[in-house]
Design a protein around this ligand. Structure first.
Ligand code: NAP
Length: 315
C-alpha cells in the first residue's frame, strides 16, 4: 500500500524529514487508519507521491485542508514551527523533547488552549511494550534502590546530527530523556535530583556523558548516561524492591520481574503506532497532553550538575 492509497483519516503533514521521520513516523502514519499523510515539509527531502513543501508557510498556503502536523525537527527550531502551526489553526504533535526550554513549551500549551487546538508532546519511550507492566508491578511494592544504564554509541545512532552538539540539542540527554520519561511514568513516587556530574567535550556545547543521583521516596536511583558506548548498547533499568527485582531492557520493550518475563518486544517496536493512536484519540476528544516532567529533570541536571571537561568529540 502507498500513502496515496490511504484516502481516509485526518490529513496530516510530516515536518522535518530526518532519521526518525523516515524510520518511524512515516511507517506508523501509513499503518494508522486515523491519519492520511497529505504533505511533507522539508528543506531537502520528499517522499514519493506526497506533495512536498520547503516551509510551513507554503504548506498552509497550498493545502488548507491539512488539519494536523507532526514536528520531527530538532528541539531548537521546534517552538517557532509549533507556534506557526497553532496560530494557523492546526493540531500539533511534537517529537521529544517538546522544546529547547520549559517556558517555550508552556507558552505553546497556553496558545493551544487559547486557540482550541490540540497539542501533544510525545514521549515515545512511554509507549514501549513493557512500560505498562513495569508500572503495574512497581505500584504495590517498595523500591529500595534503582540503577539506570543508558549507554549508546552516538556515531551509530546520531550520525551527522550537528544539532545534538549545539546548545539546546541536549547531547547525551537526547536519549537520556527517554529514560527519564519512563522513570517518571513508572515510579510510584516523584523523583528528585540530588547530585550530578556532566562531561562536556571541550569542543562541544552539550554533554557526552552524565552521572545522576536521584531519590524517589527514600530510595536512591543512580543513572549513567553515556554516548561513548561501543559494543553492546544498553537502555536498561533495574529496581530492587521489598518483593524482588524488576529489570527493564531494550528501552522498555523487555521487562522481567521476580524471575518472570512480563514483556518481550523490540526497541522502538510499536512505540510510534501507539503515539499516532493516542494523537488520534486526543484530536477526537479535543484534548491536549503535555507532561513536562522529563524535560524538567533535564533542566535540573543542567542546573545542579558539576561540569567536567573531557576529550574533544570528533565524528
Ligand atoms: P535528524 O535526522 O537530524 O532530522 C531532523 C530533521 O529536522 C532534519 O533532517 C531536517 O529535515 C529538519 N530540520 C529543520 N530545521 C533544522 C535545523 N535547523 N537543523 C537541523 N535539522 C533541521 O534528527 P532525528 O534523529 O530525526 O531527530 C529529530 C527529533 O526526533 C529530535 O528531537 C530527536 O530527539 C527525536 N527522536 C529521534 C530518534 C532517533 O532515533 N533518531 C528517536 C526518537 C526521537 P529537513 O532537511 O527535511 O528540513
Amino acid at each position: 500500500m502507498t500513502a496515496t492509497d490511504t484516502l481516509t483519516g485526518t490529513p496530516i503533514a510530516l515536518v522535518g524529514l530526518g532519521k526518525i521521520a523516515i524510520d518511524q513516523h512515516h511507517p506508523s502514519i501509513l499503518k494508522s487508519g486515523a491519519f492520511r499523510l497529505a504533505a511533507t515539509v522539508s528543506r531537502n527531502a520528499g517522499l514519493d507521491g506526497i506533495p512536498a513543501y520547503t516551509s510551513l508557510a507554503a504548506l498552509l498556503d497550498n493545502q488548507p485542508e491539512v488539519t494536523a502536523v507532526s514536528l520531527c525537527t530538532p528541539p531548537q527550531v521546534r517552538h517557532a514551527m509549533a507556534r506557526e502551526a497553532l496560530e494557523a489553526g492546526l493540531d500539533v504533535m511534537l517529537e521529544k523533547p517538546p522544546g529547547a526550554t520549559i517556558a517555550e513549551v508552556e507558552a505553546l500549551t497556553d496558545l493551544a488552549a487559547a486557540r482550541g487546538r490540540v497539542l501533544f508532546a510525545t514521549w515515545h519511550s512511554r509507549f514501549a511494550a513493557g512500560v505498562p507492566a513495569a508500572k503495574a508491578w512497581l505500584a504495590g511494592r517498595q523500591i529500595l534502590r534503582g540503577t539506570i544504564t543508558w549507554r549508546e554509541d552516538v556515531r551509530r545512532w546520531h550520525p551527522g546530527q550537528r544539532w545534538i552538539w549545539q546548545a539546546g540539542g541536549l547531547g547525551v540527554f537526547d536519549p537520556g530523556i527517554n529514560a527519564l520519561s519512563i522513570l517518571t511514568e513508572i515510579l510510584p513516587a516523584p523523583l528528585r535530583l540530588t547530585g550530578a556530574e556532566l562531561e562536556f567535550p571541550e569542543n562541544q556545547e552539550t554533554p557526552i556523558a552524565a552521572r545522576l543521583s536521584y531519590l524517589t521516596g527514600a530510595a536512591p536511583i543512580a543513572a549513567d548516561f553515556d554516548f561513548r558506548q561501543e559494543g553492546p548498547q544498553s537502555w536498561a533499568m533495574e529496581f530492587e524492591t521489598d518483593d524482588g527485582v524488576l529489570s527493564l531492557a531494550d528501552g522498555g520493550a523487555t521487562v522481567s520481574a521476580g524471575g518472570q518475563n512480563l514483556s518481550q518486544g523490540e526497541a522502538l517496536g510499536s512505540e510510534y503506532d501507539g503515539l499516532y493512536a493516542r494523537f488520534a484519540r486526543l484530536i477526537a476528544t479535543r484534548t491536549s497532553e503535555v507532561d513536562l516532567s522529563p524535560l524538567k529533570h533535564v533542566a535540573d541536571a543542567f542546573m545542579l550538575g558539576r561540569r567536567l571537561t573531557t576529550d574533544p568529540f570528533i565524528e
